[in-house]
Design a protein around this ligand. Structure first.
Ligand SMILES: [Zn+2]
Length: 277
């Protein structure tokens, strides 16, 4: 939803015409979480979302929104700011994992990211920026642009058709963190079985079908209990994660100049030519 402010309403003080802006996606209902500006944690589930649930999205030349839902973008970040929304989703999952892990002394070394689409890659970069050893796994064999981009950041790309999650885990030692961005339930249950002691599995991928699956439920439960392991789900992001994401995008750009720009394979100017997208 990256754009430029064309007009400012009466009583709005911190925005000017010409400012660069990214708008958030979710709009609150009246639940306690939404009232406290964390609509991403909505209790009632009656929120709306621009372009997803009950509201028009941003495939339009102009839109109107309230300052509460708008994020200032410095002009140096304008070319990359369209990445901010997916970054905010990865940012939330990773930030919350670290926050929850304040329950113990936790110095994560090894992370696996399942999925190498935009969300998986951004999660890879965020974890690399935090200094973890990252293994990014997806189904496509190299040469594969997204695999190469993961490796530019110092992650290792793993083709899941050549090596399973279980095999990978056996090679790398304690798996401290898994960011799951595929929604593939067979992979998710395999991930549950291989998280290391004190480890975290962050589920950020939606499953689209109604698959059933046979799993070693007793073994999974026993390992989760004996290893103090954590599994949690995360979706969407409130403005705190957009603001943190903007800083982290700048960090990534500084650390690996030009890497983020390589995520754009086909830039379309304005909407006149939108079919080409
Ligand atoms: Zn709510």
């Amino acid at each position: 939803s990256f754009g430029i402010v064309e007009q400012v309403g009466e009583g709005v003080s911190d925005w000017q015409v010409g400012d660069y802006v990214v708008a958030t996606v979710r709009r609150p209902d009246g639940c306690p979480n939404c009232l406290l500006a964390e609509s991403d944690m909505c209790l009632w589930g009656t929120y709306t979302e621009r372009g997803i649930k009950g509201r028009h999205g941003y495939l339009t030349e102009y839109y109107v929104d309230k300052p509460d839902f708008l994020i200032h973008v410095p002009k140096e970040m304008a070319d990359l700011a369209v990445l901010l929304e997916p970054t905010s989703v990865a940012e939330k999952g990773i930030t919350q994992a670290f926050k929850i892990q304040e329950r113990l002394y936790w110095q994560p070394q090894n992370a696996i990211v399942t999925g190498a689409g935009t969300l998986g890659l951004l999660a890879t970069f965020l974890l690399r920026a935090r200094g973890l050893n990252v293994y990014t796994m997806a189904r496509t064999a190299m040469p594969y642009l997204n695999g190469e981009l993961a490796e530019v950041s110092g992650a290792r790309y793993v083709n899941s058709k050549e090596k399973s999650l279980t095999q990978l885990a056996a090679e790398i030692g304690n798996v401290d963190f898994i960011f799951e961005a595929t929604g593939a339930s067979s992979l998710i249950f395999e991930a549950m079985a291989i998280i290391g002691n004190d480890g975290v599995l962050c589920l950020a991928g939606l499953s689209s079908s109604s698959n059933t699956l046979q799993v070693p439920a007793d073994a999974i439960n026993m390992e989760l209990v004996l290893g103090n392991k954590l599994i949690f789900g995360t979706v969407n992001a409130n403005r705190r994660y957009f603001e943190a994401g903007l800083k982290d995008l700048a960090t990534i750009e500084q650390q690996w100049p030009g890497l983020l720009a390589r995520l754009f394979t086909n830039r379309i100017q304005r909407l006149d030519n939108f079919a080409a997208a």
